[in-house]
Write a protein that binds this ligand. Structure first.
Ligand code: TYD
Length: 138
């Protein structure tokens, strides 16, 4: 259970694993501090070490789950950098708003599922790193 929602952190996803495979499940309001208004997923990655992201969100909060391979998420609040390796669905990554992110797909077969606090809004993106630093006040 998350105690401090201001920080990025791994959250364990409950599961039921047996000889038929691994089933993962969570109820939104048991592990997250937001309602999920949008789900998107990134798959069919063309090559190992493909990078995506390179932006921050002003207000959007996200919960990221990797399946099928390893995904490295690098986060930056303007002052501190964090790195998380998502290797399975056993843990998802809670990403509060206001963090610059680089997402590296270490495996071609990895897919990233993202549960987001809001609908897609272009003006919530910060795509220039200097602008991000300026808005972060550092
Ligand atoms: P983008 O967020 O830039 O992807 P990434 O951060 O993984 O590189 O989105 C790529 C394109 O997809 C962009 O043109 C906007 C569009 N898009 C939507 O229309 N709706 C969505 O929910 C998302 C996530 C992206």
């Amino acid at each position: 259970m998350i105690k401090d929602f201001s920080k990025p952190q791994l959250i364990e996803i409950p599961n039921c694993k047996d000889e038929r495979g691994d089933l993962f499940f969570f109820e939104i309001n048991k592990i997250l501090d937001f309602d999920v208004k949008r789900v998107y997923f990134i798959t069919n990655i063309p090559q190992e070490n493909q990078i995506r992201g390179n932006h921050a969100h002003k207000n959007l909060k996200q919960f990221m789950v990797a399946v099928g391979g390893e995904i490295e998420i690098a986060l930056d609040d303007g002052e501190n950098k964090f790195k998380f390796d998502l290797k399975s669905a056993d843990f998802g990554l809670y990403v509060p708003n206001g963090l610059w992110r680089d997402v590296k797909f270490k495996d071609k077969n990895a897919s990233l599922f993202v549960f987001a606090s809001d609908i897609y809004q272009k003006d919530d993106y910060i795509e220039d790193y200097q602008e991000f630093l300026r808005l972060s006040g550092v």
